[in-house]
Design a protein around this ligand. Sequence first.
Ligand SMILES: C[S@@+](CC[C@H](N)C(=O)[O-])C[C@H]1O[C@@H](n2cnc3c(N)ncnc32)[C@H](O)[C@@H]1O
Length: 297
Amino acid sequence: MMFPLFYRSIHPMLTLHSRVSRKFSLQAAVSSGPQEFRCSSITSTRIRNLNGAVRALKLEKPRSFYGDSVIVADDDKYGNKQVISVTPQLYKYILANVREPEILRDLREETTTMRGSQMQVSPDQAQLLAMLVQLIGAKRCIEVGVYTGYSSLAIALVLPESGYLVACERDEKSLEVAKRYYKRAGVSHKVDVKHALAADSLKSMILNGEACSYDFAFLDAEKRKYHEYFELLLQLVRVGGMIVVDNVLWHGKVADPLVNDPKTISIRNFNKNIMEDNRINISMVPIGDGITICRKL
Ligand SMILES: C[S@@+](CC[C@H](N)C(=O)[O-])C[C@H]1O[C@@H](n2cnc3c(N)ncnc32)[C@H](O)[C@@H]1O
């Protein structure tokens, strides 16, 4: 085990017995040549040996990541507004506070070994999607971009028995996994899998007279086609219905003027368009890779 540099610098033979907490208390044993030093608890910069003698040490404080978790607005108009910046440490904590159903966890873990596993929504995102579906009492839902089914299963699990989810996906191999999990979860009867190009499926639903009949849609497919999918979904969703769009922060690239690849530009334009779209209310939420929640007016 490697110790952080500041502990090793105290004494070359310093060994730690337990983890260091943020309160700077730690259990340590110090071996110093022939003499054995043991301290019960270090809360300051001093170590007491077994005979009670106090030995001063210059102990640096363990580095706290707390400071990295907050960002202060650098725009005068927002004063000193502090907002959360999700560090790995904080994200671990968030994940530890997600109630992820066992079947979703199994699916997530199985997907980890598959190509493109980074595409699936995070557990905290899936939990929010399920919450939104429940909050608006959605019965008829659409998902564009299913992959192995993590987000669609999260939605299907909270739909009522009479609920219905149209799941649009072009990749057969991913759909095989998704269908297996729908079956295992006992929700297959609620999910209508459309194995085709999503735009074609959405257009045929409109032609089929299904406009304004859906409560909720989740858009998570090809980024350069967001505008087209969004226009189709807006026709299919009822007034008061919701469209949730994933990846709107695109790993932060949307805010970086030096990044101008086609996908980033496309998402940036999409964000700008919906910001100015008076057919909807919007709320951009920095969860996962960023989502925008749109409510049809
Ligand atoms: C980001 S992944 C979806 C992840 C999924 N929502 C989840 O949480 O597991 C995007 C998916 O959209 C699918 N896709 C991309 N373009 C598509 C299209 N034109 N029609 C249907 N599916 C498409 C891809 O095959 C991929 O599986």
